[in-house]
Design a protein around this ligand. Structure first.
Ligand SMILES: C[S@@+](CC[C@H](N)C(=O)[O-])C[C@H]1O[C@@H](n2cnc3c(N)ncnc32)[C@H](O)[C@@H]1O
Length: 396
């Protein structure tokens, strides 16, 4: 191991193939015993291991052994870049504005024998860095946006240094506005009119994607979601990006729309324009409420997710939750309708909750494909409508 001094208020940990020096986590515990990464002199969140595991798996799947150029503009300890360099390979820019972060980035690169020719350390404001990189002539293959809270302040800048075809990975930890706990903030930040539904975690993913796709399109880029998930307190979406005005138009034309929703019966559906809502009625004759504008296409590419799952399966050091989520995404991403909370529907129709295996089998007998969802253990995704699901529930 490289000679790196670990101070008394620091600790050495291992994540993936990376060794990491971080401040002693024990000193930043909340009264309930959990670690509060935001209190640490440099941000390190053990729960983001899943985000980093999936990042490595996605990059290995998409780029194989190709040498890639990447940017990690909000790097914290540098862990994400270090893992990409060690577990995928490539050359990258590791940046953070905070001097404490810079101290740890330098220390951790040395600890992992990653020399300046492989990872280049910068300390600039992320938007300034990304905008300046546009003029270097280097086409970046991958840019990672992993901010505190919302990615909105960085979204426009992220598209600029990308090559013709590239990838971005975006984290959002502002789950409260994304899941419609703050109506006004959601409208202000994401231009989305909230409605309370039983699938608010999926709604959060859809409105985040819609926002990013619209900003990309404004900058002549088509951003297509390849893989989307939520884990603990954060959303993570990977987009394939293509510099193409035609494709950008096609995406917003086909994939932005509205969701109609009946809160008394849980019926729902997608429409492309508000005009289509005029003739809609719920089975109890109420008028549905409308929400949007949002992403109404698939949250990912099922064939690609299959490949990511297979790649992750070959990597022995990944966290079990990373593999569990990828395993669920393989199936649920094939079903585009928002998940239905089975506990809520059963309570509306006055039935006991059946076991999920029994319900899925009964649905199959009726020709309906169903999948559990990583978004919510009480939810089920189906390739049919809620009316048909209700009939099957009543027949069990
Ligand atoms: C959530 S942490 C990043 C965690 C890291 N990506 C990881 O995987 O562990 C966000 C980081 O962004 C840095 N940061 C916040 N605003 C910034 C800005 N405008 N420009 C550059 N760095 C910034 C913070 O200092 C912090 O280290």
């Amino acid at each position: 191991m490289n000679e790196v001094k670990i101070l008394s208020r620091e600790q050495l940990i291992q994540e993936g193939l990376a060794k990491l020096v971080i401040p002693r986590m024990d000193e930043y515990r909340r009264p309930d015993g959990s670690i509060e990464p935001a209190w640490m002199p440099v941000f390190y969140n053990p729960q983001a291991i899943v985000s980093r595991d999936v990042t490595v798996s996605v990059l290995r799947t998409l780029y194989g052994s190709r040498n890639i150029f990447f940017v990690d503009p909000l790097a914290g300890t540098g862990i994400r870049s270090i893992r990409i360099a060690l577990e995928k390979g490539g050359e990258g820019i590791v940046n953070d504005i905070d001097p404490h972060a810079l101290y740890y980035i330098r220390k951790n690169l040395q600890l992992n024998n990653l020399h300046p020719g492989k990872l280049h350390v910068y300390s600039q404001e992320a938007n300034i860095l990304l905008n300046n990189l546009t003029f270097t002539g280097i086409s970046f293959d991958y840019i990672d946006l992993d901010p505190y809270g919302s990615p909105v302040p960085f979204v426009d800048s992220v598209f600029k240094p990308l090559g013709k075809r590239a990838l971005i990975g975006v984290t959002a930890t502002d789950t409260a506005p994304l899941t419609c706990s703050h109506y006004r903030k959601t409208l202000r930040r994401y231009w989305f009119t909230c409605v309370h539904t039983d699938f608010e975690k999926e709604m959060g993913a859809r409105l985040l994607i819609a926002y990013i796709v619209k900003r990309a399109s404004a900058l002549d880029i088509a951003a297509r979601p390849l893989l989307t998930f939520i884990y603990k307190h954060y959303y993570r979406v990977f987009f394939e990006t293509l510099r193409s005005t035609g494709e950008a138009y096609r995406l917003i034309n086909e994939c932005l729309g509205y969701i109609w929703y009946c809160s008394s019966t849980l019926e729902r559906g997608y429409i492309k324009s508000l005009d289509e809502a005029r003739d809609l009625t719920c089975i109890n004759n109420e008028k549905p409420v409308l929400t949007g504008e949002t992403w109404i296409c698939s949250l990912g590419e099922a064939e690609f997710i299959d490949k990511v799952f297979n790649e992750a399966d070959k990597i022995s050091w990944l966290h079990k939750d990373s593999k569990r989520i990828l395993g669920l995404l393989r199936y649920e991403t094939r079903l585009n309708n928002p998940y239905v909370r089975i506990d809520k529907l059963c309570s509306i129709i006055g039935r006991n909750m059946p076991k999920y295996e029994i319900l899925i089998e009964a649905l199959k007998q009726h020709g309906i494909i169903a999948s559990r969802t990583h978004f919510d253990p009480r939810g089920l995704k189906i390739d049919s409508d809620v009316k048909a699901l209700t009939e099957v529930l009543k027949s069990i």
